[in-house]
Design a protein around this ligand. Sequence first.
Ligand code: TA6
Length: 271
Amino acid sequence: MADLVSDIWNGLRVLKVQNEAAEALIALHGAHVLSYKPAGERELLWLSQESWHEAGKPIRGGIPICWPWFGPAQEPPHGVARLNEWTLRETASEPGKTVLGFEAFSFENRIAELTITVADTLSMELTTTNLGAEDFRLTEAFHSYFAISDIANIRITGLDKAEYLDTLTGLRHIQDEDIRFNAETDRIYDSSAAECLVDDPAYTRKIRIAKEGSLSTVVWNPWIAKSRRMPDFGDEEYHGMVCVETANAGNDFRILKQGEKHTLKVSIGLK
Ligand code: TA6
């Protein structure tokens, strides 16, 4: 059975992966994972009903690739990788595993090479190489949006006692216990290699987010006012999503000298 077919989704060229372990949908626009569903389980990722689906604009939801910078400090926010078309270079299949390798994406003197593995976990590896003569300060993230029963019902575990920057106030704090949500939350935990769980009792599941090459995790829910300010985000959609982003952000930036590489890896699955 062909485990990989091309299709069109909201006018975008997509790759549909279906194997014994899972199914996934990946747009070539931004090499953007839109959906990941382990066999017999409900969808793990969240997509906005108001998302844009066009060149030059980011898809709202799934796993945007923020590269070669993270955050709004530079234009466009979260870099250029998620705004451009990527090219599939090769695939490899075995029972319960489909591996997709993409052509290098280049921007100025840096390249990003991406591999996505769809199996009983979803893995993504992004390797940056600095081809320039100057040192390069890399920030990046897999900006993962997870589908949840309700933001009031869930908690994020794994970051207890971790230090974080509250980007809403600019103040730094130490996390006390699990992360729960009762307001806009936008935090960069930038000194932890820990794996996190999205613990969702109402969905009787725990989504596990493990990582390599990262000491930072970004946790975000826009809550009410910010949801209303975003044209590509429904006013009430904040109830059903949470971002747990696998990053090199905040104080966890990486300096790549000429010829140096850095790989950021995330593995997402059910505990
Ligand atoms: O997730 C962290 C964050 O930087 C938030 O501040 C918020 O802006 C979010 O990313 C979404 O950014 P975007 O550019 O995709 O609207």
